[in-house]
Write a protein that binds this ligand. Structure first.
Ligand SMILES: [Fe+2]
Length: 542
């Protein structure tokens, strides 16, 4: 990295002044002017989980100066909402009102129903005579509709302190995706300086300390929701999201986390409850009666999307032969049954799986020490040559075998895993040691981080340096089912689904530390219907 002390100081100051502006907007005395910048709806608007007859709408009201996120105070207040067939709201098709207050951190979630399917809608919220920004969303096609094409923006791992969310802005500006799939690490739990841009804080987080309590998680969610690029993408298309570990704490499992110390931070269950409550309040996501987030959405006959929760039910990470122990699980029994039966019984052409951590095997046995260091930091393995990452499916081999064996036994095809978590870009064929690499059961497209550090950041080198390129070559040489990987870029993916094929294109940013950074196409890979073998695309999709 070329950062000097002066540059770091400059970046910290720039970040601090931006944060100060946010705080100043939030500390106006009396009722903030609704609809104005920094007004009653300063955290933006969002939509999510589109169904054929409805969609979830979200915002957060700041009715008074005292009603700060995480404060637990402020008045109960009535918010109105409207859904229209046009951006000028000449034809309002649904509207209503509801009361929010400090018990839910003044967040607002509306499950709108009764809408026509496969339609673009505009929505807004009202308070004290003024309107929020206008959001655009859509309803899903009917379950039996023959649709030609679906385009998804695919993202994961957005670390505030590592840079700006230009990946979100670029996706919003493309104006071509039907929805965004977020695979987790929407936010990070760390205190300032604990995880940043290769040792530099581009912009500091709030609160400054690691988030632990309900108030902490609410404040961190609120900070993210002030980001203009994030607001733009939320307002432009519905999102379908799941969580990974950092929505609670690093390397979370069902009973704890690497980044949680009960002796000093209290019971892990209390932390999970706080994080989950803030998540349910602040994110445009439907949760089950029991708080479950794994769920399935359908887009006509073309595609179904199964979103997984690989943190709430998993066994503790292990190493050595324990990774093969069939008593250990990454999904939990109920979710595995739901996933297996849902995929096998699906009548959709493509079965997409929103998969927070990588399912393809990664054998690091022959990698040299210089690459094992940075790769190991991403994958969570020690540098002494352990050959797998116990935090992804590699650490839960019995579950992976059970799922892949089931897909093969039932003749279930056209499975595409959409994956995040490891901050790098991959096109994989999904195999098991038993089946070998000749007959993959599925494919996996892994998107890079929006901002979080990856290999060149850990090495302290520029993107595309010779060591990273050699590392990618070595990974592919030792894992022939890995058809392509790139270890340095940050950005996003665009998945195009048609009846004939499913195709991912990767776009990487010029500079994550600069606001407004452009992105460029770096690769495209596709799989034809009925096949599980990847093909490289020569040019960006039209
Ligand atoms: Fe991450």
């Amino acid at each position: 990295m070329t950062n000097t002390i002066d540059r770091r100081t400059l970046l910290r100051l720039a970040g601090a002044s931006a944060g100060t502006a946010v705080l100043a907007g939030a500390t106006l005395t009396g009722a903030a002017p609704a609809g104005a910048a920094g007004g009653a709806f300063r955290h933006g608007v969002a939509s999510g989980d589109p169904l054929p007859d409805g969609v979830l709408l979200w915002t957060r009201l700041t009715p008074t100066d005292e009603a700060q996120p995480g404060s637990g105070v402020g008045p109960e207040a009535e918010v109105t909402w409207q859904v229209a067939a046009d951006p000028d709201f000449a034809t309002v098709v649904a509207q209503g009102a509801l009361t929010t207050g400090p018990a839910r951190d003044h967040t607002v979630k509306v499950a709108v129903t009764g809408l026509a399917p496969a339609t673009t809608w505009w929505y807004r919220f009202g308070y004290a005579g003024a309107w929020s920004a206008t959001g655009r969303t859509m309803t899903a096609p009917p379950a039996d509709a023959d649709i030609d094409r679906l385009r998804l923006g695919v993202v994961s791992c957005a670390n505030w302190e590592a840079g700006y969310f230009s990946a979100y802005r670029n996706l919003a500006d493309r104006g071509e995706v039907n929805l965004v799939v977020h695979l987790g690490d929407y936010l990070y739990e760390y205190g300032t300086g604990e995880f940043d841009a290769g040792g530099s804080v581009v912009r500091p987080v709030l609160p400054a300390h690691e988030v632990l309590t309900l108030a902490d998680y609410r404040i961190r969610h609120a900070l993210y929701k002030t980001d203009p690029d994030l607001q733009a993408l939320h307002a432009s298309v519905p999102w379908v999201i799941t969580w990974d570990d950092h929505e609670v704490a690093n390397d979370q499992w069902s009973g704890g986390a690497e980044n949680h110390t009960p002796a000093t931070e209290g019971a892990f269950a209390a932390r999970v409850a706080a994080a989950r409550q803030a998540y349910a309040e602040w994110m445009p996501v439907r949760t089950g009666a029991d708080g479950a987030i794994y769920r399935r959405l359908r887009f006509g006959r073309l595609a179904e999307l199964s979103m997984l929760d690989l943190r709430s039910y998993r066994s503790q990470q292990a190493s050595g032969s324990a990774v093969d122990d069939p008593a250990r699980t990454i999904t939990g029994d109920a979710q595995m049954s739901w996933l297996k039966s849902g995929l096998a019984a699906s009548t959709a052409r493509w079965k997409l799986v929103g998969n927070p951590v990588m399912i393809a095997r990664v054998d690091l046995a022959t990698l040299p020490a210089w690459l094992l260091g940075p790769i190991g930091r991403l994958l969570g393995v020690p540098e002494n040559g352990v050959v797998l990452n116990p935090d992804q499916w590699d650490g839960y081999n019995a579950d992976r075998n059970e799922l892949v064996d089931h897909l093969r036994a039932t003749g279930t095809r056209d499975i595409v895993f959409l994956t995040g978590d490891i901050h790098t870009s991959w096109a994989n064929e999904v195999t098991t040691r038993a089946t070998g690499t000749a007959t993959p059961a599925a494919v996996e497209f892994v998107v890079p981080s929006v901002t979080s550090d990856n290999v060149n950041d850990f090495l302290g080198l520029r993107e595309g340096n010779a060591l990273s390129v050699l590392g990618a070559d070595l990974l592919r040489a030792t894992n022939t089912h890995v058809r392509w990987t790139e270890l340095d870029g940050h950005g996003y993916g665009v998945l195009e689904v048609t009846r004939q094929q499913c195709r991912m294109d990767w776009y990487h940013l010029a500079d994550r530390t600069r606001p407004g950074s452009a992105s460029r196409w770096v690769a495209g890979w596709s799989v034809a219907a009925g096949s599980s073998t990847l093909r490289r695309e020569a040019a960006p999709q039209a």
